[in-house]
Ligand binder design. Structure first.
Ligand code: NI
Length: 252
């Protein structure tokens, strides 16, 4: 399994990252893609990749921090992305649920970082919370064709539009809470576009809901996706791992 979206630089793991990574390895996690959310976490991500095998990282500024994205920051992200362990720009996008940066500022930061990803020939990791229509509008307007709609929370129609653009759709812990909508999407979605993730330390899947999340728990997301697809977990494991390696151009 690959956890296609984790936040290992969070202070939640400051004390026991080594044990967390060991549990992931024991659970069968072969690689982790670590997503960033601001400049310090992007710098920390690059340090992380230097100290661990099988961790790959994205650098970028989350919509919550969009107001911190200026040209200096953009240039620094570009320099960081020079590191061979950087496989994507993210997470970037729009968050109209918490609105921690003005919406106009979020949109500017999103478009600037899409431009950066295109210049660097990297895929993007897209955060979209309560901003489905606007996110899709920008993705189409900017002609984005490489990326993932992470922790997908939209409906079938939105998933269709994403897949038409060439994007992947990633599922996280919430599909173990209820998942009716995800089930409908999974029945339709082309198999070669499905990813799984934890988004840890958040969104812990059942049966650990309420506790801190970690990459080892991606197995519960995998199990749920396999149930919805009515396929053996081993098959969905191979499939999602291959998809993740393809999107982020990871070595086998
Ligand atoms: Ni995230």
């Amino acid at each position: 399994m690959i956890d296609s979206h984790a936040h290992l630089t969070y202070k939640a793991y400051r004390k026991d990252l080594r044990a967390v990574l060991e549990r992931a390895r024991e659970a069968g996690v072969t690689a982790i893609v670590n997503a960033s959310f601001d400049l310090p976490s992007s710098e920390a991500a690059v340090r992380l990749v230097e100290n661990h095998d099988n961790i790959h990282v994205a650098v970028g500024v989350h919509p919550h921090d969009a107001k911190a994205l200026n040209l200096d920051v953009l240039n620094t992200l570009e320099e960081l992305a020079d590191h061979p362990g950087v496989v994507a720009i993210g997470e970037i996008g729009l968050d109209f649920y918490r609105d921690l940066s003005p919406r106009r500022t979020q949109e500017d930061a999103f478009r600037l970082q899409i431009g950066l990803a295109k210049n660097l020939n990297l895929p993007i990791i897209i955060h979209d919370r309560d901003a489905h229509q606007r996110t899709m509008h920008i993705l189409k307007d900017e002609k984005v064709s490489r990326g993932v709609l992470h922790c997908f929370s939209g409906d079938l129609n939105l998933a269709r539009q994403g897949v038409e653009l060439g994007l992947y759709i990633s599922f996280a812990g919430p599909i173990t809470y209820n998942g009716k909508k995800a089930q409908e999407i999974l029945k339709w979605i082309p198999e070669d576009r499905i990813l799984i993730e934890t988004d840890c330390p958040y969104l812990t899947p059942v049966p650990y809901r309420g506790k801190r999340n970690e990459p080892a728990h991606v197995k519960y997301v995998l199990k749920r996706v396999a149930e919805f697809l009515e396929k053996p977990a081993e098959e969905v494991d191979r499939l999602t791992e291959k998809n993740t390696r393809t999107l982020f151009n990871l070595p086998d």
